[in-house]
Design a protein around this ligand. Structure first.
Ligand SMILES: C[C@@H](N)C(=O)N[C@H](C)C(=O)O
Ligand SMILES: [Zn+2]
Length: 233
């Protein structure tokens, strides 16, 4: 399967949006790079990418910005997540899902069997800003810290306090939870407001997950691999 023409590299549309594509490496809930991620790149439909660039410019005017963790997800990567739950081992449980069994991710809504990420208009992202602690650089030997730990203690991903880290499969990641502090709630609301203004809809179980809903044609599940920008025709 080849990359369809409407699917573009986000950095060709807005190089200012930061990217840390977690499923292209081992710093994610599975502990390995997922099938189909041959490069750490964010791909989205052109309309969704342009809309995200408008969100970025709105946030920039407020002193904030975006950092994306996942965009288009090949369906083979979705299958890889499914296999992960059936195989023994929990290499990243202590950081990403300390209070949940991995077999329950689907029932609890944290991972989808058929993901909108594979349709080209869905993005996982966070908010950068003036009060953000600088990003740590991750190595496999890093001591895992619970993604729900206080902002100063958990993994520093370069974002402001959002109440939890990315892909933190926990009640505290539910967008409207009452279990987080007022600053984190305000940060979530700032992100959600800016995204909704440009046609993205959030997800109640994960504060970082948004789908572009102004393009009803984004219905096809795709499986082309994510490859480096340079090597694509
Ligand atoms: C796995 C997480 N980042 C995510 O995107 N979850 C939703 C529900 C999905 O898998 O589509
Ligand atoms: Zn998502």
């Amino acid at each position: 399967e080849d990359r369809p023409a409407h699917m573009v590299y986000l950095r060709t549309v807005d190089p200012g949006i930061e990217q840390d594509i977690r499923y292209a490496g081992a710093h994610n809930f599975t502990g390995h790079a997922l099938d189909g991620y041959e490069a750490p790149e964010c791909l989205l439909s052109l309309d969704a990418a342009r809309a995200l660039a408008r969100v970025q410019s709105t946030l920039r005017a407020q002193g904030y910005g975006l950092k994306v963790f996942d965009c288009y997800r090949p369906s083979r990567a979705v299958a890889d997540m499914g296999r992960f739950a059936t195989q023994p081992g929990d290499p990243r449980k202590a950081e990403f899902y300390p209070r949940v069994d991995k077999q329950d991710f689907w029932r609890l809504g944290y991972v989808a069997r058929v993901s909108n990420h594979s349709k080209g208009g869905t993005v996982d992202l966070t908010l950068t800003g003036p009060d953000a602690l600088p990003a740590d650089s991750w190595t496999p030997s890093a001591t895992p810290v619970d993604c729900t730990a206080p902002y100063g203690q958990r993994w520093h991903d370069g974002a402001v306090d959002m109440g939890t880290g990315f892909d933190c499969f926990d009640e505290r990641a539910h967008t409207d939870t009452t279990l987080i502090n007022a600053t984190a709630l305000e940060n979530r609301q700032r992100l959600t407001r800016a995204m909704e203004q440009e046609g993205f809809t959030g997800y109640s179980a994960e504060w970082w997950h948004f789908t572009y809903t102004r393009d009803a044609s984004l219905k096809t599940v795709m499986d082309f691999p994510i490859t480096p920008l340079e090597s694509t025709p």
